[in-house]
Design a protein around this ligand. Structure first.
Ligand code: HEC
Length: 128
């Protein structure tokens, strides 16, 4: 039984998903976001459990959905239409912009993503 279940799992994933977003998210992306964004966007750490602007980084599904105003957190295949990417890229390159994340005044405690991490985020969103 176990072998059968495993086999069907394997064939399902190879048939339907060229990229395993969930696995890549857990391994490569979640730790970055936890460090730079978690204090305000993870319900476990945010004040009173309320994430800022409804943007919740605690699961890939909630990130994809996005927050209250900035549209989808992730539009697969298009980093420029993904508020997760746009806000993080601004946080590194144009921190004084309103949409830059982490907000400039908080960057001492919440480090902006590095150039490498921003590139990793883009690759994650646009991987096929
Ligand atoms: C110090 C707290 C803080 C940190 C850290 C922080 N944010 Fe935010 N975030 C906010 C606040 C406050 C808002 C809403 C007001 C604003 O846009 O300034 C917001 C809004 C957002 C929005 C817009 C959601 C919507 O649709 O309305 C996104 C996307 C976002 N943040 C992503 C991030 C990402 C990605 C990181 C980490 C790289 C991050 N934030 C780090 C406080 C924070």
């Amino acid at each position: 039984m176990r072998t059968l279940a495993l086999l069907s799992l394997l064939s399902a994933s190879s048939a339907f998903a060229a990229v395993d977003h969930e696995a890549a998210f857990k391994a490569d992306i979640a730790p970055i976001l936890e460090k730079s964004c978690g204090n305000c966007h993870d319900p476990k750490k945010a004040k009173n459990g309320k994430v800022k602007a409804g943007f919740d980084i605690s699961s890939l599904a909630s990130i994809v959905k996005g927050g209250k105003e900035a549209g989808a957190g992730i539009t697969w295949g298009d980093a420029a239409k993904s508020s997760l990417y746009v806000s993080s890229e601004l946080g590194l390159n144009k921190p004084t912009e309103d949409a830059a994340m982490p907000p400039k005044k908080s960057q001492e405690k919440n480090p902006p993503l590095t150039k490498e991490q921003v590139a990793k985020l883009k690759a994650f969103i646009e991987a096929k």
